[in-house]
Ligand binder design. Structure first.
Ligand SMILES: Nc1ncnc2c1ncn2[C@@H]1O[C@H](COP(=O)(O)OP(=O)(O)OP(=O)(O)O)[C@@H](O)[C@H]1O
Length: 240
């Protein structure tokens, strides 16, 4: 089977400044692929290029064998951005129904998906509240539910667990792992090393480049050290 997400020699400049340099990556179906790296290293820029919100200056991007951007791909990619894109004067349920309607889901399917997504992020009992009365963590959880609403084949999650308490974080990870087993492809960015451990494959990003990649076990073995944090420091070679 061919890879779900492929970046070939992707570079990106904002004005004259290049922030991504010749990035190559390939994410297989059924894989949890983690992008890990410090703030400002280029993770969000990569993610936006993958979901078609931004264009590379150079290089090629394909998702599900289709060149990005492509309107049909929107149905197949669930994207959770870092900033919540929610309607705050609507309730949680109305937000979910709105996004479900964009995907033209049948009414009964829509209801099922809203119930599933709300339950997954533990918002069932808050669905009737307006989003303006949600806490920061509740908004993040609703954004994750929105990303899942159309049952997409590919999930792209930009720091999905920031502001989410440890218990719910674990249950969200359990669901990510379950989704993987159903063949979904999941690309996730994180700063959190214990989340990185749960990925099948990791790309460590620094200054717009992938400085090393492999499974968490491979990386630790390759660098002869016990923690991913140390791998990251060693792979970065002291670069700032
Ligand atoms: N629209 C933009 N215009 C100009 N520069 C930008 C723009 N978006 C991102 N950048 C720059 O590109 C670089 C990479 O930023 P990016 O947001 O991709 O990093 P990140 O790894 O996702 O960081 P964080 O973990 O803080 O979200 C940074 O130097 C940032 O200032």
């Amino acid at each position: 089977m061919s890879a779900s997400i492929v970046l070939k020699d992707v570079s990106k400049s904002f004005r004259k400044k290049e922030v991504l340099h010749h990035v190559n990556l390939s994410v297989e179906p059924g894989q949890i692929y983690g992008l890990i790296g410090p703030s400002g290293s280029g993770k969000t820029t990569m993610v936006k290029i993958i979901v078609g919100m931004d264009r590379p200056t150079k290089g090629d991007v394909q998702v599900l064998d289709t060149k990005v951007p492509n309107l049909n791909l929107l149905q197949k990619i669930g994207y959770m951005a870092q900033a919540d894109a929610l309607y705050t004067d609507l309730t949680g349920e109305e937000n979910l129904a709105f996004f479900a309607s964009l995907f033209k889901l049948k009414k009964n399917v829509q209801k099922e998906r809203i119930a599933y997504a709300a339950n997954l992020v533990n918002l069932t009992s808050d669905l009737k509240k307006k989003v303006q009365d949600y806490s920061g963590g509740m908004k993040r959880r609703l954004s994750l539910a929105v990303a899942l609403i159309q049952d997409p084949q590919v999930l792209v999650l930009d720091e999905p667990t920031v502001g989410i308490d440890p218990e719910l974080r674990l249950s969200i990870w359990a669901e990510i792992q379950r989704l993987k087993l159903t063949g979904k492809t999941i690309l996730i960015t994180t700063h959190v090393m214990d989340e990185a451990e749960k990925c099948d494959y990791l790309a460590m990003v620094r200054d717009g480049e992938i400085i090393t990649s492999g499974s968490p076990q491979e990386l630790k073995k390759q660098y002869g050290i016990a923690t991913l944090e140390e791998v990251f420091l060693k792979a970065g070679g002291g670069k700032k």
